[in-house]
Design a protein around this ligand. Structure first.
Ligand SMILES: C[S@@+](CC[C@H](N)C(=O)[O-])C[C@H]1O[C@@H](n2cnc3c(N)ncnc32)[C@H](O)[C@@H]1O
Length: 358
């Protein structure tokens, strides 16, 4: 690839993304998945797409051909479009490994936010007001008010979070030794999806308490009926900035999955120090924290590129940041943690485990 081609490839990245986003949003993959292996011609797909109106099929034909060129769909000699194995696995909403929720969040929230990256670069803050016009204020403390704005906001975000967990948890649980975990407090645990994976993989883990904001706990309880969660998972309404519940009985692990990256160092230190005090008082030892976030390889923060993309994503969305392995270790050491292990998992979630005492 010559230099211009490399730059053009980066420049056109948003076009590729948007083709994927539009096809997922219009329900193309969900509809085609119902008609495997024969597939559908464009005129058939037009009627198979629920709640969509098309004045012409020309636009849809172009979108489908683009999907074929991006290897997201196949097309046969009769011009019938069908799924690839990869699209069946990752782009159909009902698949366990579906990324559709994350793609819809990317389309509806992240794509408009990223249009104002320049503004965030200049202010060092989120750009919700510039991007959506509602809820004044770039204060990162308001990030979740922005994210959960509107009737669809909370569910869209939870489906996005779950998509990432479902695609990362199997590798994480293969790689990270959690045999010491007797019970989990999952702070900001959303639907409890990660806790559910931990309980599924570790029968010795007798319970998981998911702490989240009241509206998210109500939603998680509703969502559980549709996408089952391990029965050992319970929910508790609360605000981790106000108080961390006292842990009792068999809980000896606190999970912080994609929490620290939402906040500045000061907030993270305050939270980690309070978690350390809580774990020191846990009846069962060893007791430790399990952190899931994307990590930079080193303090130069040039690689991996995915962590840089997520770091800018935190800039526009929450006012938080991704951290290097060293930065994460320093936060933990300053909070009193020891025996710190870092696992770069190759998934969208790296893991750091640290214990409150030796
Ligand atoms: C980026 S999401 C991560 C969700 C989940 N841990 C995961 O990895 O899928 C951050 C979570 O923190 C929750 N949260 C934000 N502020 C909170 C607070 N002050 N108290 C409790 N939960 C909070 C959000 O509602 C959301 O579920």
């Amino acid at each position: 690839m010559n230099n211009a081609a490399a730059i053009l490839d980066i420049m056109n990245g948003f076009r590729r993304s948007k083709i994927l986003f539009a096809a997922v949003k219009l329900g193309v993959f969900d509809a085609l998945a119902q008609h495997q292996p024969r597939g559908l011609a464009v005129h058939e797909l037009v009627t198979a797409l629920p709640n969509q109106e098309f004045q012409t099929s020309d636009g849809l034909s172009r979108l489908l051909r683009s999907c074929v060129s991006l290897q997201l769909l196949n097309v046969d000699k009769q011009n019938r479009y069908s799924m690839t194995p990869q699209s069946g696995q990752f782009l159909v909403s009902s698949s366990r490994q579906s990324l559709a929720g994350y793609i819809n969040h990317s389309n509806d929230m992240l794509y408009p936010l990223w249009q104002n990256l320049e503004s965030s670069v200049q202010t060092g803050s989120t750009c919700w007001t510039e991007s959506f016009g509602y809820l004044e204020g770039a204060d990162s403390k308001k990030a979740f008010e922005h994210i959960y704005h509107g009737a669809d906001g909370p569910k869209r975000f939870m489906l996005a979070m779950d998509a990432v967990v479902n695609n990362s948890a199997p590798q994480i649980l293969d790689m990270v030794r959690l045999t010491w975990v007797n019970g989990v407090l999952d702070i900001g645990g959303g639907t409890g999806r990660l806790s559910s994976w931990i309980c599924d993989a570790h029968p010795q883990c007798s319970r998981a308490i998911v702490l989240d904001l009241p509206n998210i706990v109500d939603l998680a309880t509703e969502m559980r009926a549709i996408a089952p969660i391990n029965e050992k998972v319970e929910y508790q309404k609360g605000d981790f900035k106000q108080a961390i519940p006292k842990i009792e009985n068999d809980i000896n692990a606190i999970v912080l999955s994609r929490i620290l990256h939402d906040w500045d160092d000061e907030t993270c230190l305050d939270l980690l120090q309070r978690i350390h005090q809580t774990l020191v008082a846990a009846p069962i030892q060893p007791a430790g924290v399990i952190i899931c976030d994307m990590l930079f390889d080193d303090n130069a923060k040039i690689s991996p590129v995915e962590t840089n993309l997520q770091d800018c994503n935190m800039l526009v969305q929450t006012g938080g940041r991704e951290r290097s392995k060293d930065e994460m270790k320093q936060l933990l050491e300053k909070s009193g943690f020891q025996q710190i292990s870092v696992y770069q998992t190759g998934t969208l979630l790296d893991v750091v485990v640290a214990f409150c005492s030796i």
